[in-house]
Design a protein. Structure first.
Length: 145
């Protein structure tokens, strides 16, 4: 019990100070059990000439809202490019492998370098944190010649 209490104190202190453990204090919001996010285009094993394409994203069982807007059963898209899902309770990173569509977009122009790439969608809440259960698409593979 004492270890548990000290662990909670450490997370609370880190959250107040904005340290790396601050993200651990985030709670995953519940998602409806029928929520489903999916990639409309490109299709799995698609060959993309030129490397640039329109990524089209779909969602069922929930709604889309911009980042920062807290509304029940809504979130916004994030695409993982050649990346694994981040740990639950931590914000989804924002870098070249984790693209945020916080304005509520459902399509975006993406450019990839030559090679084989994986794409996967994950829905984040207003704070870019995954829901529970995680609302995630199947991972697809695309090739840029």
């Amino acid at each position: 019990m004492a270890l548990r209490r000290w662990g909670m104190v450490a997370v609370a202190v880190a959250a107040c100070l904005g340290g790396p453990a601050a993200a651990l204090a985030a709670e995953n919001k519940p998602a409806p059990p029928d929520a489903h996010v999916y990639i409309i285009w490109p299709k799995n094993h698609q060959v993309i000439k030129g490397g640039a394409f329109w990524l089209r994203m779909g969602l069922k069982g929930m709604g889309i809202a911009p980042a920062g807007v807290e509304w029940p059963n809504t979130g916004h898209h994030h695409v993982l490019i050649d990346a694994e899902l981040p740990p639950l309770g931590e914000p989804i990173p924002n870098d070249r492998n984790h693209l945020h569509f916080g304005a509520g977009r459902t399509e975006a122009r993406i450019e990839l370098p030559p090679g084989k790439h994986t794409l996967q969608l994950v829905l984040g809440d207003e704070n870019h944190v995954q829901f529970t259960p995680t609302v995630v698409s199947e991972r697809i593979t695309v090739t840029v010649p």
